[in-house]
Design a protein around this ligand. Structure first.
Ligand SMILES: Nc1ncnc2c1ncn2[C@@H]1O[C@H](COP(=O)(O)OP(=O)(O)O)[C@@H](O)[C@H]1O
Ligand SMILES: [Mg+2]
Length: 365
């Protein structure tokens, strides 16, 4: 065997011994280099792979063009978690993908696949999703068990308050107020576990956005300015209207909370973009051309949790449950859609991409 030599400035020895399938992808999405682990994974030689479109060789159940474009645009690495990757005839393998622009040539992206088996061998014996599921299950059970005694505590405090002086009553009021807050929090936990499968029909995205906007403006977003920038020609999507509104409400609420009392501006934008394609679990390619962007001018995601905001119980706020975005991502996934976020201080933008309603159903709106 001839010693491995890379034409790119990657230390060849590291490249060759890296146990994770790794590819260098050029600005046109063509494979420039494949390491030996990638040769095994793709069942093809580096020579045969060279020059081939990476997304022809790897079918990935995620909008990869968007991910590549984002890594290049932001000149920073990004991870795509837990996606199914198929190559050739093989059954899909669940992987986490790492995309990193090359230091000296940011058009060139290093794509590293970290298959689930390897992640597990490295000590994550329980997948993040399974762990989250059991954590939610447990939280739900606890929520249910804690709510009853809380009602008793609040009731007792109220009874007690009747025989107290005004001054002491402040304390019982505090008990009642705080128990209410806990009950509300527990209800959110319960609600999270209870989301029913979406009842999908053709939905005008702007109707759902409008309902969310109006409800937000009379409530939690009263201190915000909400601007609309809609493409009125968007065809209907295929969604559960109530769940879709819940998604928009949660995102607007987070933006309003991030802005703080000073307020700020939230921009709701819709547009048509056919470039986002995903490969569904059944192997069929579908496009998600209906896009909704919810952008605020607040402080941006706290950097220490920026990579995990869609996980349940991850919150950067003092009284947060961390369930808002977990619910959003669950609903979007149930709708075969895609959500992504771009955040820098002064500009945080959540983008949701949704499928079209089936052709024969578009008229039923
Ligand atoms: N628009 C935003 N601007 C800044 N930070 C945000 C924004 N949206 C979400 N976040 C951060 O993500 C965290 C998780 O959000 P979420 O899942 O809704 O939980 P919660 O709102 O209960 O904290 C928030 O606590 C906040 O730190
Ligand atoms: Mg929230």
């Amino acid at each position: 065997m001839t010693p491995y030599r890379s034409p790119y400035p990657v230390p060849g020895v590291i490249w060759a011994s890296l146990p994770l399938p790794s590819l260098l992808v050029d600005s046109k999405g063509l494979i420039a280099e494949a390491n030996p682990a990638a040769e095994v994974f793709l069942n093809a030689s580096a020579k045969a792979l060279s020059g081939q479109p990476v997304l022809d060789r790897l079918a990935i159940d995620a909008p990869m063009e968007e991910a590549f474009a984002r890594a290049r645009r932001n000149q920073s690495g990004l991870n795509v978690n837990d996606v199914d990757v198929t190559s050739g005839e093989r059954a899909p393998v669940q992987c986490t993908l790492h995309l990193a622009p090359m230091h000296d040539n940011p058009e060139m992206i290093l794509l590293i696949l970290s298959p689930r088996e390897i992640a597990d061998r490295l000590g994550r014996s329980m997948g993040a999703k399974t762990a989250a599921k059991s954590a939610i299950g447990m939280a739900e059970m606890l929520a249910h068990e804690i709510k009853n005694p809380l009602a008793g505590i609040a009731g007792a405090a109220q009874l007690l308050s009747m025989s107290l002086t005004q001054e002491d009553r402040e304390l019982t009021d505090l008990i009642v107020e705080e128990t209410r807050r806990i009950v509300k929090l527990l209800e959110q936990v319960e609600q999270f576990g209870n989301v029913r499968p979406p009842d999908r029909r053709p939905v005008n995205i702007h109707d759902a956005l409008d309902r969310a906007r109006r409800s937000a403006l009379v409530g939690f977003a009263a201190h915000m300015t909400i601007l609309e920038d809609y493409d009125p020609s968007l065809p209907p999507t295929w969604a559960d209207p109530d769940q879709l509104m819940q998604v928009f409400l949660n995102l607007i609420k987070n933006a309003a909370e991030a802005a703080g009392a000073a307020g700020g501006t939230i921009r709701l934008r819709t547009f048509y973009d056919r470039s986002l394609r995903v490969r569904r679990r059944d192997g069929i390619h579908s496009t998600l051309p209906l896009n909704i962007e919810i952008t605020d001018d607040g402080p941006g995601l706290p950097p220490e949790i920026a990579g995990e905001i869609f996980e349940p119980f991850v919150s950067g706020r003092e009284n947060g449950t961390g369930l808002g975005l977990a619910l959003v991502s669950k609903i979007v996934a149930d709708h075969e859609g895609w959500i992504s976020v771009d955040s820098v201080p002064g500009r945080t933008s959540f983008r949701i991409s949704l499928p079209l309603a089936p052709k024969d159903k578009q008229k039923d709106i």
